[in-house]
Design a protein around this ligand. Structure first.
Ligand code: M6R
Length: 364
């Protein structure tokens, strides 16, 4: 039930601190702050490469996870959307690990990719929200998210729960590969456990975001920019906005702007910049200047320090709590979800049942 909320999507956005905490709880060994995974008859220390396959928002969670697997565990990740993976006929090493991410566990292309990998000798790991789904049944290593039923067609809480599981898995794999010691693992776990409170702090800005929806609602096109693990968040922000507000939106890696999309910039194209302060911040700020020099209007999403440094002259700013880079993708999911939500409300679209879309895409 929707309770006091206007839409399921809104309710699901606000459930995130609770469901992310629930999800983390089942992957963290309380006594010693270490990652605990379900038992599996497979030697994770032997993993040399991961094949990662998903669609839509789940695919973007996979893109974030690729950074984590590669930086923590130094295990290379091949990632594809399922509809491409199937027909690409990628070479799969015997005994490899294939990882699938899905809210529903029924997405036809992802399921077909899973079966293809299984038939080709891969061990199948699945991050899935519906525990009774086909993917859950066919997994060798089942990694459930505990987001609870997600009703809104636009995926929100499933995404942040997927990220929580994937971060824990990446840390666990890093330990197995001898790339992370116990103290470092505990450090990762500590940061993960900060996520629910930081998600709450992000949700505190709901009203500010609602108040700026009218600035975005009239736009025909919107660009989202991010770097590093925040690049997939830019893609996710753009997907959310298109899905429910029907505004054309694109996500770009900040550094790619000058390779083409900057030609689109004028005063009518808002540019949403996701830039937590940190080592990548200055680079993103210089990309912002390029946009500004062409009359582009910027909405900067950053923390206090970032907004102090670069907030001036923006169309609007959204302040996030200062967070550890590991959990930034979870926390920065909130403002892009809320922005899409409030813009859709301002436009009066059907938020929970957007046109042409189904919750679970069971056709190929
Ligand atoms: O159930 P799945 O996670 O496999 O679904 C994948 C996509 O269909 C899904 O994420 C879709 O992109 C959402 N509508 C995004 O909000």
């Amino acid at each position: 039930e929707k309770g006091n909320y206007r839409h399921y999507m809104q309710k699901e956005i606000f459930e995130q601190p609770t469901v992310v905490a629930q999800t983390l709880q089942s992957y963290i060994h309380q006594a010693d702050n270490r990652v605990a995974l379900p038992q599996i008859d497979f030697d994770l220390s032997a993993v040399r490469r991961i094949t990662l396959v998903a669609c839509g928002t789940s695919f973007y969670a996979g893109m974030v996870a690729k950074y984590w697997f590669e930086t923590f565990a130094r295990v290379p990740v091949d990632i594809d959307v399922a509809s491409e993976f199937r027909y690409r006929e990628p070479p799969l090493e015997e005994g490899g690990l294939a990882l699938f991410i899905s809210q529903s566990g029924e997405t036809a292309d992802t399921l077909a990719a899973l079966r293809h990998c299984k038939a080709n000798g891969q061990t199948i790991a699945v991050v899935v929200n519906v525990p009774t789904s086909s993917m859950a049944r066919e997994a060798d290593l089942l990694l459930p998210t505990h987001a609870g039923p997600e009703i809104g067609v636009a995926s929100t809480k499933a995404f942040t729960c997927q990220l929580a599981v994937l971060a824990a898995l990446a840390a666990h794999l890093a330990v197995k590969k001898g790339r992370m010691d116990r103290a470092e693992e505990q450090e990762v776990v500590r940061h993960l456990l900060e996520a629910p409170a930081c998600l709450n702090a992000a949700l505190d800005h709901d009203e500010d975001i609602a108040g700026m929806a009218h600035l975005i609602a009239p736009a025909r096109d919107v660009l989202y920019l991010g770097r590093g693990p925040d690049y997939p968040l830019a893609l996710e922000g753009a997907l959310k906005l298109k899905e429910i507000s029907y505004i054309h939106a694109e996500g770009y890696a900040s550094g790619e702007m000058k390779h083409g999309p900057i030609a689109l910039i004028d005063e009518s194209v808002p540019v949403i910049v996701l830039a937590p302060s940190g080592p990548l911040f200055e680079k993103t700020v210089s990309n912002m200047q390029e946009v500004r020099a062409r009359g582009g209007k910027i909405v900067l999403i950053s923390d206090e320090q970032g907004l102090q440094e670069a907030g001036e002259g923006c169309l609007a700013t959204i302040q996030m709590p200062r967070v550890h880079p590991l959990i930034a993708p979870l926390v920065y999911a909130v403002p892009v979800q809320l922005l899409a939500y409030h813009v859709a409300c301002a436009k009066g679209t059907d938020v929970d049942q957007p046109r042409n879309l189904a919750k679970s895409v069971t056709v190929e």
